[in-house]
Design a protein around this ligand. Structure first.
Ligand SMILES: Cc1cc2nc3c(=O)[nH]c(=O)nc-3n(C[C@H](O)[C@H](O)[C@H](O)COP(=O)(O)O)c2cc1C
Length: 264
C-alpha cells in the first residue's frame, strides 16, 4: 500500500473523548478553520457555516443536550450547520423573490447539498486537527434535541444543525477500532448479488464480513473495558437496529420549522 504523511494521519485517526487542559493555539485554530473552508462545495454554494462555541454556558448546555460530559471539556468546540440563509439573503438583495416557487434554496435537494458540504468541511477540519496531533470527536449527540439546539444557537430560518466537533490535545490513547476488510465494504462496478436472506453471494465479501465479526469480538475482549460489549459486529448491529437511541423524535417537523420543504 502506498503511504505518506497524509495517509498515515488518516490511518491512525480515532475518536478522542478526553482532552488535556492545554489550549489549542490561535494559529492552530486559524489553520483548522481555513482547512475546513477549503473543502469542496457543491455548485460552489459554500452553503455551510460553523459556530465556534467559546461560552462555557453554551458548551455546558451542549453537553447536557448530548448527554456527554466531555463536550463541555473540549478546548475547542464547533457546531456545523447547513446554511442557506446567507445565500437566500444575497439572492434577495439581488432582487430574487425568495418566496416564489422558483426559489430552490429551501428544497430537499439543496438541503442535502448543504449537509454534504457541512460534513466535508467538518472532515477537513478533523483531518487537519489530527495532522497537528490534536484529537477530535464528531458529535451527532448535539442534535438529540434539534429544537433545543436551534433555540440555543439562535438559528434562523434556512439554517439547520448537522454535527458537532470537539477538538483538543488528546488526554487518552485509545486503540484504533478495527474496520472491515475492503471486500465487505468496497465493491466493483455493482452491488454484489444477495441471496434470499440478504447475504451477499460474493464469497470474498461474505468471508470478510464473517471475519469482521470475530475481529470485533476479539477487539472488545482485548480492551477489557468494563462496559465494552464483547459481542460480534452482527450482534452489536442487531441490538442497535431496534434501539432508537436518544434521537427518537422524528426530525421532519424541525426541518420544516427551519423553512425547508424536503418534498420539493
Ligand atoms: C456522524 C457521527 C456522529 C458521531 N457522534 C458521536 C457522539 O455524539 N459522541 C461520541 O462520543 N462519538 C460520536 N461519533 C464517533 C463514533 O462513535 C466513532 O467514530 C466510531 O465509534 C468509530 O470509532 P473511531 O472514530 O475511534 O474509529 C460519531 C461519529 C460520526 C461519524
Amino acid at each position: 500500500m502506498a503511504t505518506n504523511e497524509t495517509i498515515r494521519t488518516l490511518m491512525k485517526r480515532r475518536s478522542i473523548r478526553a482532552f488535556t487542559d492545554q489550549p489549542v493555539s490561535e494559529g492552530e485554530v486559524e489553520a483548522l478553520e481555513r482547512a475546513a473552508q477549503h473543502a469542496a462545495s457543491s455548485r460552489y454554494f459554500n452553503d455551510w457555516s460553523a459556530i465556534r462555541v467559546t461560552d462555557p454556558e453554551v458548551a455546558g448546555r451542549l453537553a447536557q443536550l448530548g448527554h456527554q460530559d466531555y463536550i463541555a471539556q473540549a478546548p475547542l468546540l464547533y457546531v456545523f450547520l447547513i446554511d442557506e440563509r446567507r445565500n437566500a439573503h444575497l439572492a434577495g438583495a439581488q432582487g430574487v423573490d425568495t418566496s416564489s416557487d422558483r426559489f430552490i434554496f429551501n428544497t430537499g435537494y439543496v438541503f442535502l447539498q448543504g449537509q454534504n458540504d457541512a460534513i466535508l468541511a467538518l472532515h477537513a477540519m478533523e483531518t487537519a486537527a489530527n495532522s497537528l496531533d490534536l484529537g477530535c470527536v464528531i458529535l451527532g449527540s448535539v442534535i438529540n434535541d434539534v429544537d433545543a439546539l436551534i433555540d440555543l444557537l439562535h438559528l434562523p430560518a434556512l439554517v439547520y444543525p448537522v454535527l458537532g466537533l470537539a477538538i483538543g490535545h488528546p488526554g487518552q490513547e485509545p486503540d484504533l477500532k478495527p474496520r472491515m476488510d475492503p471486500p465487505a465494504q468496497i465493491f466493483e462496478n455493482r452491488y454484489p448479488e444477495l441471496d434470499a436472506e440478504g447475504r451477499t453471494q460474493d464469497e470474498r465479501a461474505g468471508r470478510a464480513l464473517a471475519d469482521f465479526d470475530q475481529v470485533v469480538k476479539r477487539y472488545y475482549m482485548d480492551i477489557r473495558h468494563m462496559d465494552a460489549p464483547r459481542r460480534s459486529f452482527s450482534e452489536i448491529i442487531a441490538d442497535q437496529a431496534v434501539n432508537p437511541g436518544a434521537a427518537h423524535e422524528p426530525m421532519l417537523p424541525s426541518i420544516q420549522r427551519q423553512g425547508f420543504h424536503l418534498d420539493r
